[in-house]
Write a protein that binds this ligand. Structure first.
Ligand code: SF4
Length: 250
């Protein structure tokens, strides 16, 4: 058990070193308030940053406070973020999520999550409509909360499987947990930079179709595991509130 843990830690150190050599340092990153990071991550799933970033700015111009956005009609929100993928689903999830947060945290301040155990903070976020492992991890790690958790988007998930760091059937959540556990020496900033570097690898060398393995910075150690695109599952209705988690005021 210790051996496999050491092997995983060694793999991560190799990946970090090789990608830093290939892409250079990508930090520092802007760290928004956690509520707005949650909004940005929610609308940014499977959407280019150059599309999602302006969409967030338009949202903020139309509804400068989260409480105003919570009161918006989903169809109005959909019009404002119309160029992101799955705009209709994202608009209705966004409004439902903000309404849910507003009922429990009327000031929309999520800084209390910093003081919770990681698994509990993730669970609090992941029961919100449209919020999965990636959005929850981004909210905790890539915001002013600066919590030590690894973000796994579709690019990073693909790289982790092909590299052999996680199994072929492992979920993005499995990848998040495996990297977070295997990298105790990586602080929140290092984990965020590793995410950005692996995402860049997935957008350049390790693309979904025809990966460029001969030129890839990871090729000497990559197991080149077969990977198939996952089937997209539409987000469902809000899940019931788990009483065990409570809220800040509980
Ligand atoms: S060697 Fe190939 S499969 Fe492995 S990470 Fe690089 S591009 Fe992806």
């Amino acid at each position: 058990m210790q051996e496999s843990f050491d092997f995983a830690a060694d793999d991560l150190t190799f990946i970090r070193t090789a990608l830093t050599r290939a892409f250079g340092r990508l930090a520092p990153f802007e760290r928004p308030e956690p509520l707005w990071k949650l909004v940005r991550s929610l609308i940014g799933c499977r959407t280019y940053d150059v599309v999602a970033d302006p969409a967030l700015e338009r949202l903020k111009q139309c509804w400068p406070h989260p409480s105003l956005l919570a009161g918006a009609q989903p169809s109005d929100v959909e019009r404002v973020i119309g160029d992101v993928t799955y705009a209709k689903d994202k608009a209705s999830n966004l409004v439902a999520t903000l309404q849910w947060i507003g009922r429990e945290q009327p000031d929309y301040d999520l800084s209390f999550l910093r003081f919770w155990p990681l698994h509990q903070a993730l669970a609090w976020l992941e029961r919100l409509p449209g919020v999965g492992p990636k959005v929850a991890a981004a909210t905790l790690n890539a915001s002013t909360l600066r919590m030590r958790v690894f973000i796994v988007d579709s690019h990073v998930h693909r790289v982790l499987i092909r590299f052999g760091f996680i199994g072929r059937n492992a979920s993005a959540e499995d990848g998040r947990n495996a990297v977070t556990a295997a990298a105790p020496s990586f602080d929140a900033d290092s984990l965020l930079e590793l995410f950005a570097q692996m995402k860049k690898l997935g957008q350049t060398f390790c693309r979904p179709l025809r990966p460029n393995c001969p030129a890839c910075p990871l090729h000497v150690r990559c197991r080149r595991v077969d990977w198939s695109p996952p089937v997209r599952v539409r987000s469902g209705p809000p899940r019931p509130y788990p009483a065990v988690l409570g809220s800040r005021r509980a």
